[in-house]
Write a protein that binds this ligand. Structure first.
Ligand SMILES: *Cc1c(COP(=O)(O)O)cnc(C)c1O
Length: 355
């Protein structure tokens, strides 16, 4: 189009639209059908639904590969783990999203893989662990500790060692980090978070530029039935149309809140990687104070999940499955797009009442 490469903001708005025909809609319709007329790409709803295509087109264009939608983020990662040969070595972050670690630990216990857990921000340790591995799984920033991996360096080393490389790109989104350009083979998403952005969808995705891997993953999706709903992919596209605007605003809010939290005498430390919408912090009053303050806020909603337009927070260790490496008092704050002064007054009020 006009001979120049479109910026990500324009791609987010423009990609995956129907052909422009007089009287035609600007948005792809939602197709509710379990059976489709034979002769096309899919004749049964588990093989494919036309509503998935706009979502896969937008995300693929933003990441620089071809996307596949799955029923959830963990369904996407499970499809990828299914491709690891029996007994092969998988290297993964100790601090990865707990649903990812649970899957890998279970597979290791059943003898399906050999799991090597590493500190993903320790580049030398990760490179050493990749010796003889089939897959390096990266998550950066990690959820909820916000560790940052040197993706380019460890992806290169893993590739040299013969391992495939996947990056959970949920926290960064393709607008802040493009794993395929950094040397990864797969970018994996929980689209339930920032991509959809309105806390109303459970959806996952994998993006790859490798056609054989794409075909293998698509087959896993069909065989296992880990397929997205038509409504979910439609809502995710609607959310992605504003991803760049939401992200810019939430990041500006997060930068300011992190600065103020870091300066507060009630806060032991605040962590923010400088991009994305998540802040992790601890208050001086410890776990009990953290639990109480998250339950008492007015503007910020006490809830799990993240990446929505509304700010949410929780003490992560309230979940029994959360690993012990996460401090008891750690609060994960997902910063939304509200007015930053309203958010800060809310935080100050609960801090003053509890700590
Ligand atoms: C939420 C999340 C997942 C899992 O995604 P679901 O859509 O809940 O299955 C995976 N990775 C990260 C980093 C997440 O935050």
């Amino acid at each position: 189009m006009h001979g120049h490469e479109l910026s990500p903001s324009t791609i987010a708005v423009a990609a995956g639209r129907p052909d422009r025909v007089p009287g035609g809609p600007l948005n792809a319709p939602i197709t509710l059908a379990s059976a489709l007329v034979p002769g096309g790409g899919s004749e049964y709803g588990r093989q494919g639904n036309p509503t998935w295509a706009p979502f896969e087109t937008v995300l693929g264009a933003l990441e620089g590969g071809r996307a596949l939608a799955f029923s959830s983020g963990v369904a996407a990662s499970a499809a990828l783990f299914d491709l690891v040969p029996t007994g092969a070595v998988v290297v993964a972050p100790r601090g990865a999203y707990y649903g990812t670690v649970v899957q890998l630990v279970e597979r290791d216990r059943r003898g399906q893989i050999q799991l090597r857990l590493v500190d993903i921000d320790d580049t030398a340790q990760v490179i050493a662990a990749c010796e003889g591995a089939a897959l390096l799984w990266i998550e950066s920033p990690t959820n909820p500790a916000l560790e940052i991996a040197d993706i380019e360096t460890i992806a290169h080393a893993a590739t040299q060692a013969g391992a495939a490389v996947a990056v959970d790109n949920t926290f960064a989104t393709p607008l802040r980090q493009k794993p395929l350009e950094l040397g990864a083979d797969f970018s994996v998403h929980s689209a339930s978070k920032l991509l959809s952005g309105h806390s109303d969808v459970i959806l996952g995705a994998i993006v790859t530029a490798d056609d054989r891997a794409h075909a293998a993953l698509e087959k896993r999706r069909t065989v296992l039935g880990a397929i997205p709903g038509a409504m979910e992919t439609w809502l995710a596209v609607r959310g992605m149309r504003t991803l760049h605007v939401r992200l810019d605003r939430a990041e500006a809010n997060a930068t300011e809140l992190h600065r103020r939290l870091s300066a507060s005498r009630h806060v032991a430390y605040s962590r923010y990687p400088g991009f994305g919408t998540i802040i992790s912090f601890e208050v001086t009053g410890g776990a009990a104070a953290a639990q109480k303050m998250t339950e008492q806020s007015d503007v910020i909603t006490y809830a799990t999940s993240l990446g929505g337009v509304e700010s949410t927070w929780e003490r992560r260790r309230r979940h029994p499955g959360e690993p012990e490496s996460v401090p008891e008092g750690l609060i994960r704050l997902s910063v939304g797009i509200e007015d930053v002064e309203d958010l800060w007054i809310d935080i100050q009020n609960v801090l003053a009442a509890v700590v």
